[in-house]
Design a protein around this ligand. Structure first.
Ligand SMILES: [Zn+2]
Length: 71
């Protein structure tokens, strides 16, 4: 539980240049580097997008297969 809480804590300084960050910032104001929180959100978004894409591909394949089997 402690590890989980410390991981979700907002990042105080930039990983790239060490500049102070605004709470819940997505980017560093000095060098433009993404914060850890933003990187995690981007990874999550990519995963959700991939899942959605696979779902659409699966539906298309299933539909094509059903249509081809009917002829
Ligand atoms: Zn920075």
């Amino acid at each position: 539980m402690y590890i989980l809480n410390s991981m979700q804590q907002t990042q105080a300084a930039c990983d790239a240049c060490g500049a102070q960050l605004v709470p819940n910032a997505a980017y560093c104001e000095r060098c433009g580097a993404r914060t850890r929180r933003a990187r995690r959100l981007v990874r999550l978004a990519i995963r959700v997008e991939l899942l959605f894409f696979l779902l659409v591909v699966g539906v298309v394949i299933a539909f094509t297969w059903t249509y081809a089997a009917q002829r």
